[in-house]
Ligand binder design. Structure first.
Ligand code: GUN
Ligand code: ZN
Length: 445
């Protein structure tokens, strides 16, 4: 493990973004070096460029050489996940509302136990690192202790993480419900305790308009207004039965978003999960207010919610801020490769092909933008925090075979997003510290 603060360099192929590939042509949006180097000091990237010139400017710096089959890039950013749901990934046979009642709510009640929550949080964070995910925006359970568990683990690892306690005061088991008043008070105490500590951010987390009463949404809006540097995350427009129920519970709102909007739960730093069945008005309001959206493609497929409109929402004249998200455990994988693959397949089903550069951009810069930190993480560039991953471009026999006929960088990226999994993540660095080394783990195992 590299000592914190001491300058070092990684050498291999490098991939950086110099623009938004939805705004300019994909080839104009990336910078790649076949033999590149990244110089890191004090947890930040100092320089990225061709290896010979870059290393010559930093004589004596320790160099870790990964070689031509390695791709060094920014760590993945998962803009929407539920750590207490790791234990329900792959639960059979239900769609959203039944899936919540049958599998998810019972699992989340276990997170009132501090030790259990801490062990699961540690497992979750280590799975993130093994999958090259260096930042996520996480829903914990209702219990403040479940947030403490995640933030303690993230602080120990030096990870940039956002998280919050679920606010939910109705239509769920009593053991999982708070009230408008206790939810506000507990969330405020967690903000005071954690927000801005290390690299941690609090996200005010009204679960969704069904499990929060109007009084609770009002309290959540007030709390977010009182702490404007926090984030706000919720679910919206995921499943048709959910939408019908939410509309019935907020009959005066013009649409689903209108219920949130009425209580100030919209704007920069707002992160709406799913958004599969949006109305024209909702799209216009999300765009005008600079709100973010998390695309959760494996989840939307797995629990049968629907096909997100990437072209209409992102590849258009007035694009929304869109991040890519696992949404475990509605989502079926912790891998951002699987998530990019699902995003590609869903787009194909709507007649749109998601270019690999756009997919990798969504999984890094796009998600970072939703979390308002795109100038700090999600890119391999000077000044950025040194959250980096090293990918093995030939991690399985099939990928190695397929890579023989991959003619350029775009094809190589596309092969990875379709075929790769956690075996492709050779190393994960968090603020310049190597926290995951695949080959060391293999040797030990
Ligand atoms: N809507 C409200 N809660 C949840 C959840 O935990 N997962 C998903 N996928 N949708 C939700
Ligand atoms: Zn979710």
């Amino acid at each position: 493990m590299s000592a914190p603060g001491k300058p070092f360099a990684l050498r291999g192929r490098t991939l950086s973004f110099c623009d938004d590939p939805f705004r300019v042509r994909p080839d104009e949006a990336v910078r790649a070096n076949d033999d590149g180097a990244v110089v890191v000091a004090d947890g930040r990237i100092v320089e990225v460029g061709p290896a010979h010139e870059t290393l010559a400017r930093h004589p004596g710096v320790a160099v870790e050489t990964y070689g031509a089959d390695a791709l060094i890039m920014a760590g993945f950013v998962d803009s929407h996940a539920h750590y207490p749901q790791m234990e329900v990934i792959g639960s059979y046979g239900e769609q959203l509302l039944e899936w919540l009642n049958v599998y998810t709510f019972p699992a989340e009640t276990k997170y009132s136990d501090r030790q259990y929550a801490r062990a699961e949080a540690d497992a979750y964070l280590d799975f993130c690192l093994a999958n090259g995910v260096t930042t996520a925006s996480v829903y914990c359970a209702t219990y403040p202790t479940s947030v403490d568990a995640l933030f303690e683990g993230a602080l120990e690892r030096g990870m940039r993480m956002a998280a919050g306690k679920n606010l939910m005061d109705r239509f769920a088991p009593a053991a999982l419900c708070d009230t408008a008043e206790t939810g506000y008070r507990d969330s405020k105490a967690l903000i005071d305790k954690w927000h801005g500590r290390g690299r941690l951010s609090y996200a005010v987390t009204p679960r969704f308009a069904i499990t929060s009463s109007p009084e609770q949404l009002e309290a959540a809006g007030a709390l977010w207004r009182e702490h404007p540097t926090t984030l706000m995350q919720t679910h919206m427009s995921e499943n048709l039965a959910e939408i019908a129920w939410a509309r019935g519970l907020y009959p005066d709102a013009p649409d689903y978003l209108g219920a949130y909007e009425r209580y100030g739960l919209i704007g920069e730093g707002a992160n709406f999960g799913h958004c599969v069945h949006l109305t024209e008005r909702e799209i216009a309001r999300l765009t005008e207010t600079g709100s973010g959206v998390s695309h959760c493609p494996t989840s939307n497929a797995f629990i049968g919610s629907g096909l997100f409109d990437m072209q209409g929402l992102r590849d258009c004249a007035t694009p929304l801020s869109v991040g890519l998200a696992t949404d475990i455990g509605g989502g079926s994988s912790m891998s951002m490769f699987d998530t990019m693959k699902a995003a590609y397949e869903v787009a194909q089903l709507r007649g749109y092909s998601l270019h690999p550069v756009k997919a990798f951009w969504l999984a890094t810069q796009g998600s970072a933008d939703v979390l308002r930190v795109a100038d700090r993480i999600g890119n391999l560039a000077a000044g950025y925090e040194a959250d980096m991953i090293v990918l093995d471009l030939k991690s399985t026999p099939l990928i190695a075979h397929r890579m023989r006929t991959a003619n350029d960088l775009f094809e190589a990226l596309f092969v990875q997003m379709i075929l790769a999994d956690d075996r492709a993540v050779r190393a994960t660095y968090v603020a310049g510290r190597k926290l995951h080394d695949r080959d060391e783990i293999r040797a030990e195992g």
